[in-house]
Ligand binder design. Structure first.
Ligand SMILES: C[S@@+](CC[C@H](N)C(=O)[O-])C[C@H]1O[C@@H](n2cnc3c(N)ncnc32)[C@H](O)[C@@H]1O
Ligand SMILES: Nc1nc2[nH]cc(C(=O)O)c2c(=O)[nH]1
Ligand code: SF4
Ligand SMILES: [Mg+2]
Length: 213
């Protein structure tokens, strides 16, 4: 299969339990919950997205004909930025990465010594072999991936109160304040919820706070 990648870069993971970890971010193009076009935002299933995932024109983006070609580019990206003193780490995101991330690519990236993470909206079952599954549920998408390393709920979403997810099988439960015009109020509301419900912890988008990608 071929792969459409919007952009690829090395940065520190900014969110959740792996915050601060050097990572190759491989951002796939396309999502099943929004076209990515501003004129469609109001009618989309997911309406608060903070990401441009249309096309393959970003830094390090492109079309990759084979899994080995993409895996090699990910390895090169890591080697250009990092030494080998820690485990190689790649985060597949998007758009919705599980539209494209398949067994062949997982095998090719693993063969190059990478630990693999994915950021998914949970509407598609994750293939085997991913080391760190982060699910961030969205309205309008049926949640089928109900287990993983972390559940990261953008907060608040009227249709998705945190209590809906209390019974699911994750190691970490995060509330991430919804970015946008109401970011400050959303952060205060998330703080209040975490104080009252200690199983939930606050995930800040730290990369935005310090101005890195
Ligand atoms: C752009 S999404 C891509 C991965 C996948 N489609 C998903 O939704 O999880 C990456 C992460 O950013 C979060 N996110 C998107 N828009 C956000 C916003 N406005 N405020 C806070 N987090 C946001 C998502 O919930 C997800 O955890
Ligand atoms: N630094 C950084 N950390 C992130 N964690 C999840 C992100 C995403 O867009 O999936 C993201 C991102 O875009 N940048
Ligand atoms: S599911 Fe993820 S990538 Fe798709 S629109 Fe929502 S936040 Fe953006
Ligand atoms: Mg992001």
């Amino acid at each position: 299969m071929s792969y459409a990648v919007k952009e690829m870069f090395v940065t520190l993971q900014g969110e959740g339990a792996q915050t601060g970890r050097a990572s190759v971010f491989c951002r796939f193009a396309g999502c099943n919950l929004w076209s990515g076009r501003e004129q469609d935002r109001e009618t989309a299933a997911c309406r608060f997205c903070d990401t441009d995932f249309i096309g393959v024109d970003g830094e390090g983006g492109g079309r990759f004909k084979t899994a080995s070609e993409l895996a090699e580019t990910i390895e090169q990206c890591w080697k250009n930025a990092a030494d080998e003193s820690g485990r190689r780490y790649v985060v597949f995101t998007g758009g919705e990465p599980l539209l494209q991330l398949d067994a062949e690519l997982i095998a090719a990236v693993k063969a190059n010594g990478f630990e693999i993470a994915v950021e998914t909206n949970g509407t598609i079952t994750a293939p085997a072999g991913i080391d760190w599954v982060c699910v961030s549920p969205k309205p309008g998408g049926p949640l089928v991936q109900t287990s993983g390393a972390e559940l990261k709920l953008v907060y608040p979403q009227t249709e998705l109160p945190p209590e809906m997810f209390d019974g699911l099988s994750f190691q970490h439960f995060w509330l991430q304040p919804m970015d946008g015009l109401a970011r400050l109020e959303n952060t205060q509301a998330a703080v209040a919820y975490c104080l009252a419900h200690p199983r939930w912890r606050l995930s800040l988008q730290t990369h935005k706070l310090i101005g890195i990608p």
